[in-house]
Design a protein around this ligand. Structure first.
Ligand code: SF4
Ligand code: SF4
Length: 61
C-alpha cells in the first residue's frame, strides 16, 4: 500500500487547486503540491484511498 495509482481524487477535491498531476512520469511522483497555494486543509490526504499523501510542515512554515 501507499503508492499513488493516479486516481486523481486529491486533484479533484483540493479547494485551492494546489495539486497538479505529472504526466508521463511513470518512474516517479504522480502528483505535485504547490505549497504556495496549499492551506493545509487535509482534504487531499483524507480522500486519498492509499495513504500516499502525508501531511507535514515544510521548511519555513
Ligand atoms: S491540504 Fe493543501 S493540497 Fe491538500 S486539499 Fe488542502 S489545500 Fe489542497
Ligand atoms: S495521491 Fe492518492 S488521491 Fe492523489 S492521485 Fe494518488 S492515489 Fe489518488
Amino acid at each position: 500500500c501507499g503508492f499513488c495509482f493516479d486516481c486523481k481524487q486529491c486533484v479533484s477535491f483540493c479547494p485551492q487547486e494546489a495539486i497538479t498531476r505529472y504526466r508521463d512520469n511513470p518512474a516517479g511522483e504522480k502528483v505535485y503540491t504547490n505549497y504556495a497555494k496549499c492551506v493545509g486543509c487535509h482534504l487531499c490526504s483524507l480522500v486519498c484511498p492509499c495513504g500516499y499523501i502525508q501531511m507535514g510542515m515544510g521548511d519555513g512554515l
